[in-house]
Each structure stands twice: as structure tokens, then as C-alpha cells.
Ligand binder design. Structure first.
Ligand code: AHG
Ligand code: MN
Ligand code: MN
Length: 320
């Protein structure tokens, strides 16, 4: 296991050295993500100040409109990922169609991302995040994005919380790095993350109880009867981060209003499922493992049940 405090760049390089055939392109790709994340983190820290500073004339000297944070985050990611030259195509929750960067013509990868997850929490100062999912380019068409989650080569998220933490996996364990703002480096803080086999928390928007089917209601009731605590932040990144560390269940199910749930397969469910499974947990859509679902379209939604293996097996009706 790597030493606590190791700088993320060195960690990525040491991971790469384990694969003699590696060309270094995934390393450059991941570095582009971490650079974008640091810049987004700096903007998140200033959230709410844009108008205040604008009113004092301290910002917007060029008379620029203050941008919404999710649009700004999208722009920052697009710029860094495109400039890296490693991505043949980019798909974002904030963009209708994929983008094919000029510099990425020879790129080996495609990336799907949610630039700012939990955006309804921005105005109330609650943790938000960025989620990403990387696949190999196989055909140079839209099908590159429609590969199963189990074929991801890397996935991760950045949580802009009381500190900024980046959690990622390339299929060989899950590791978390905390940004030291004084030096601008991500340092290894959560080596080899493993979800407890069972937790004590369930996390679901229980306000929708009336929209659920009977089976889901009775499953949630049974966790309550056994004294599980309810925690629901409403930012998937934050709810999943807690679940990775403390265990338990995070769910965004289908209901009578949203028959496929709300969360997006490519930008949210699939990368989080990859991390959870590589940390020893389980992620399902209620019928099958999320990583086995073959996407049919870019912005497809999917029900999500993920977390501690035993809790999830109890919650759903399949054990494959
Ligand atoms: P986004 O801000 O990227 O649109 O995602 C919001 C999502 C997700 O972060 C969270 O789990 C979910 O919305 C919460 O939805 P409800 O308010 O319906 O519970
Ligand atoms: Mn989201
Ligand atoms: Mn979003």
C-alpha cells in the first residue's frame, strides 16, 4: 500500500510503471482532470462572492457576465480535457451532443462527465462535486460512449466539501487524495478504500415514499425498524462519498413519476458503480448490476442502488 501523503502525480506515475506497455497517455489524461478540478475547486470556494465582488467593482472588469457555476465547470473541463490531446471525444451532462476536440484526433480515450453534481446545493453551501468516466475509443462513433460500465478504464469523482477530495480507480483499488490548498497538491489521504460489508445508514429521498412501489416501501421500512440512520444530502457525490467510507445504502430508485429514476447512467451511475464495486461493494439498477447495463443513449437515466454488499443484496432482488 502506498504511503499516506504521497502526491497524486507520483502515485499515478507509479501505477503506470506497473504496466510495462503503458504509453503514459492515461497519466496525461488523469492529470488534465486534476488540473481542471483544482480550478473548479477555487471557483467553488468563491461561490456566492461573485455578486458581492461584482457589486464592489472588484471583478468583472471586462464587463463579463457572471457565469453559473455548472456552466463554468463544464467550460473548464472541456478546455483542459481537449487541450490534453488524449480524448477523442467528450460527453457532458451539460452538453446535448459529444464534442470531438481538434487536438484529440489521435486520442485513445473518450470521457463522459458530470461537471457539477448536486447543483441545487450550491446556493446553500453544501458539498457538490464532479464525476468522470473514461472508456477506450473503439470505433470513433457514438458507440464509444455506449459501452458497458465494466469496460471503463478509469472512473472517479472530486468532492468540493469541507476539503476537496479526489477519489479514483483504474481498476486496481480505489484511492482518495485530499487537496492541500496551501501547496495546490492532492495528497494520498484514503489509501485502498473498502466499503464495510454492512452499514448503519440508508440514504434515499424519502419524501417520495408515496411514489414508490410496495416492495421498495417494505424494504426501506425494514431498515428503519432495525435502527438504521437516515442521511440524504441530495448531492450524489456527497452521498456516495459517505457510503464509500461508512457503508450502508445509497439509492435513487424508479418511482411513479420517474420510471427510470433520475440519475444518468453515463455521467453518474456507471462511474460510481465502478468505484463502489472496486471498493468491494455492490451497485445495481434493481434488476442487474449497473456495470453490466449496455447504454442505449447518451443521456439515459437508470435506477441506482449502491453501497455495502450485504445491505444492497437485501434491498434488491438479484444476487448475481
Ligand atoms: P445534478 O446537480 O448534476 O443535476 O444532479 C443532481 C442529482 C444528484 O446529485 C442527487 O443525488 C439527486 O439529483 C437528488 O435528487 P432529488 O432532489 O430528487 O432527491
Ligand atoms: Mn449530477
Ligand atoms: Mn450536474
Amino acid at each position: 500500500m502506498s504511503a499516506i501523503g504521497m502526491d497524486l502525480n507520483r502515485f499515478i506515475l507509479e501505477e503506470e510503471r506497473k504496466y510495462p506497455k503503458a504509453t503514459g497517455s492515461l497519466t496525461i489524461a488523469l492529470t488534465a482532470i486534476t488540473s481542471a478540478a483544482k480550478i473548479i475547486a477555487a471557483h467553488v470556494r468563491m461561490a456566492g462572492l461573485a455578486d458581492v465582488l461584482g457589486a464592489t467593482g472588484l471583478t468583472n472588469v471586462q464587463g463579463e457576465e457572471v457565469q453559473k457555476l455548472d456552466e463554468l465547470s463544464n467550460r473548464i473541463l472541456v478546455q483542459h480535457l481537449s487541450d490534453s490531446g488524449q480524448f477523442y471525444a467528450l460527453a457532458s451532462e451539460e452538453m446535448e451532443e459529444p464534442l470531438y476536440p481538434e487536438k484529440g484526433k489521435n486520442g485513445k480515450y473518450v470521457i463522459a462527465f458530470d461537471p457539477l453534481d448536486g447543483s441545487s446545493n450550491i446556493d446553500v453551501n453544501v458539498s457538490i462535486g464532479t464525476i468522470f468516466s473514461i472508456h477506450k475509443k473503439v470505433s470513433g462513433t457514438i458507440d464509444d460512449f455506449l459501452q458497458e460500465g465494466e469496460k471503463q478504464v478509469a472512473a472517479g469523482y472530486i468532492i468540493y466539501g469541507s476539503s476537496t477530495v479526489l477519489v479514483y480507480s483504474t481498476g486496481n483499488g480505489v484511492n482518495g487524495f485530499t487537496l492541500d490548498p496551501s501547496v495546490g497538491l492532492f495528497l494520498l489521504s484514503h489509501p485502498d478504500m473498502n466499503i464495510p460489508g454492512r452499514g448503519k445508514i440508508y440514504s434515499i429521498n424519502e419524501g417520495y415514499y408515496k411514489r414508490w412501489d410496495d416492495s421498495l416501501r417494505s424494504k426501506v421500512d425494514s431498515f428503519k425498524e432495525r435502527g438504521y440512520s437516515l442521511r440524504y444530502i441530495g448531492s450524489m457525490v456527497s452521498d456516495v462519498h459517505r457510503t464509500l467510507i461508512k457503508g450502508g445504502i445509497f439509492a435513487y430508485p424508479a418511482d411513479s413519476k420517474s420510471p427510470s429514476g433520475k440519475l444518468r447512467l453515463l455521467y453518474e451511475a456507471s462511474p460510481m458503480a465502478y468505484l463502489v464495486e472496486h471498493a468491494g461493494g455492490k451497485a445495481s439498477n434493481g434488476v442487474t448490476d449497473i456495470l453490466k447495463v449496455k447504454p442505449e443513449k447518451l443521456h439515459q437515466r437508470v435506477p441506482v442502488f449502491l453501497g455495502s454488499r450485504e445491505d444492497i443484496e437485501e434491498m434488491i432482488n438479484h444476487n448475481d
